[in-house]
Design a protein around this ligand. Structure first.
Ligand SMILES: [Zn+2]
Length: 292
């Protein structure tokens, strides 16, 4: 059975430790088809995609989780959004890329921001930390440590075919712990994981390879996909917020207004009639439909 585009949750029996392993395949290819990313940028973006889904899944988040890296260059911006813990999109901006480099050298003095926007009535949560770490996994673990989250370890990898990762988290112990050494032991076992294993081994085989001496229980695998939340309606709202003068001047300069979604490359075109319609709404009498 294929475990492409699948999140596999698991736990270690009789311990407060749970984990997840992710493979992104078509989800990842959907990103790569839309933008031509140099390998250095591509692999970090892929790792960020894997990280976003792993974090959203631990939170069982209904709503949006956004990881944003802002750098002082060559990487200037990298954003990944995960909706309802199974839909992903992402993008990266860069300039003057060197031949090689690690995350810290590519992003310079940067920041890492994680935003949670639950769709229910819970509060929005955002935390920003200084970017620190040679790899994205290091930077994310540094973030989690600073924002006093649960003990969490994360391993990430990406190439042109696939993005993948593993996450382990220690929940607050409930009562007496039968196996107080378990956390250190599974972290040590997990630290032997290689990039190739994360990208090439089937998930259950990977779990067996790492934890065959532990009692691991796996859950039902969950599907993950690429999805962009852009729409013509959202672009119209964006144009409205720019105001009629600004948009009409773009129209005058370029003949029509073309907006491309940065995430998925979908093009939205507006000619002069469209533009007048967008702003005509403002002066049209409001027909109120009240909901009770
Ligand atoms: Zn889009």
């Amino acid at each position: 059975m294929s475990d492409n585009d699948t999140l596999q949750r698991f736990l270690f029996e009789h311990t407060p430790i749970r984990g997840e392993v992710i493979h992104l395949d078509a989800t990842w290819q959907a990103i790569l088809e839309r933008h031509d990313y140099p390998p250095l940028i591509r692999d970090i973006l892929g790792e960020m995609m894997a990280a976003a889904i792993l974090l959203a899944a631990t939170l069982k988040l209904h709503g949006r989780l956004v990881i944003q890296l802002q750098g002082s260059g060559p990487i200037t911006l990298m954003v990944v959004e995960c909706v309802n813990a199974h839909e992903l999109r992402g993008l990266a901006h860069w300039q003057d890329l060197p031949e090689s480099g690690n995350l810290q050298s590519l992003a310079g003095n940067g920041t890492l921001t994680i935003t949670l926007e639950p769709s229910e009535d819970q509060e929005r949560y955002q935390s920003i930390v200084e970017l620190r770490g040679d790899t994205l996994a290091d930077a994310i673990m540094n973030y989690l440590q600073q924002s006093e989250q649960l003990d969490t370890h994360i391993w990430l990898a990406a190439n042109e075919e696939r993005a993948g990762g593993v996450l382990l988290q220690k929940l607050p112990a409930s009562g007496e712990t039968e196996d107080s050494d378990a956390w250190n032991r599974v972290i040590q076992l997990s630290n032997t994981i290689t990039r190739e294993e994360m990208l090439e081994l089937p998930q259950l085989q990977l779990l067996h390879r790492l934890y065959h001496e532990e009692q691991v229980r796996v859950f039902e695998p969950l599907p993950v996909c690429f999805r962009c939340s852009c729409s013509r309606e959202r672009v119209v709202n964006m144009l409205r917020s720019l105001g009629p003068d600004e948009v009409r001047s773009i129209l005058e300069e370029q003949g029509n207004v073309n907006v491309a979604c940065e995430f998925c490359n979908q093009k939205y075109d507006f000619d002069s009639v469209d533009v007048e319609q967008i702003f005509a709404v403002d002066v049209a009498p409001q027909t109120s439909k009240s909901k009770h």
